[in-house]
Design a protein around this ligand. Sequence first.
Ligand code: V47
Length: 388
Amino acid sequence: MAAATLEPFLDARLAPISGRVVAGERLTFDDGVILATTHDLLGVGRLANHVRERMHGDVAYFNVNRHLNPTNVCVASCALCAFAEKYGGPRGWTYTVEEAVEVAARDVTESVTELHIVGGLHPKLGLDYFEALFRTLKARFPWIHLKALTMVELDFITQRAKVPLEEALRRLVAAGLDSCPGGGAEIFAERVRSVICDHKTSGERWLEIAEQVHRFGLKSNCTMLYGHIETAEERVDHLVRLRELQDRTGGMQCFIPLAFHPANTRLDHIQPTTGKLDLQTIAVSRLLLDNIPHVKAYWIMLGQKAAQVALHFGADDLDGTVVDERITWAAGGQAGQGMSRRELEHLIREAGRVPVERDTLYNPLERPALGQAPPPAGNIDLAPVFNS
Ligand code: V47
């Protein structure tokens, strides 16, 4: 795209930033604050779209996955969370290994390439539980990538087991762990953490654990929870800290901005995020995180419509079929708990992008598009769960 097509800007401060974006130069913290606070949403979007198309052309990724939450019992009591229940509380669930595998098996066919496994910090589920869970899941579904355990869960499990993180990772990988999701990062600034998630792993510790995970050889994702009490400066600080980590390790594949859902949390006096903040946060992330390959518009939190538009504001991925999402759902999420592959492809095509199914590590998968060819032999493709 020619530089001239990015202009004109309603906010003159975007013009010099545009020059740096087109030249492929790194943006500064101050650039980030301008981009995050301007009302020239379309200007910021054009810049982010320029970068997105330079990196990925017209491709928009999605995957066929299933979420699995072995427990919602959690020793932390984060104000931001509507999912967790205290030990012994009436809303709590904790699956045995066998129950967790049966819950997964309800929806897993050969079409499903990823299990996304996260849960509460359960006081009695140790390293051995997760080893047994991963081993049993791999034995039952050997083709599935296990993307499991946030940095916060890893921190908790290893402290409880009193083993060094490296030993825990060695055991978990031997049992079947393939990569880590990006949750629990929230906002790194201590001022914010002390209100929304006190007692949780600190921002520094989240970054330290992620660094060790990457040095061990595992890939991870990363996230930022926005739209609560944080300032624009604190969002930009979070992004810059992720960028610095990525400079050191290169271990993060994808960044996912998570729109705060206030319902049923102790922060329910806060208004839900607006479309402007959602799209601007996607765009600013794409522009600042010049070393993280993918930015995900997580449709569960953004809603299908904003996630689709975000494919023109810097995002190149919608996440997946998901099937059984419980964290956003508990906090009043309206987007539903799962979407079919056909619907994901439709959203992407209608946005003028080219849908590409990927595996967790962003390898494109060769599959006939739905509606254009029959599914592969033996693949029931989760109809009607995914295809309705
Ligand atoms: O860790 C908790 C956040 C995360 C709320 O890595 C909330 O591919 C909004 O991390 N409102 C879970 N957010 C989701 C997550 C994720 C999702 C999809 C893909 C990937 C990936 C990661 O959601 C939690 C926390 O940061 N969260 N409560 C809430 N009320």
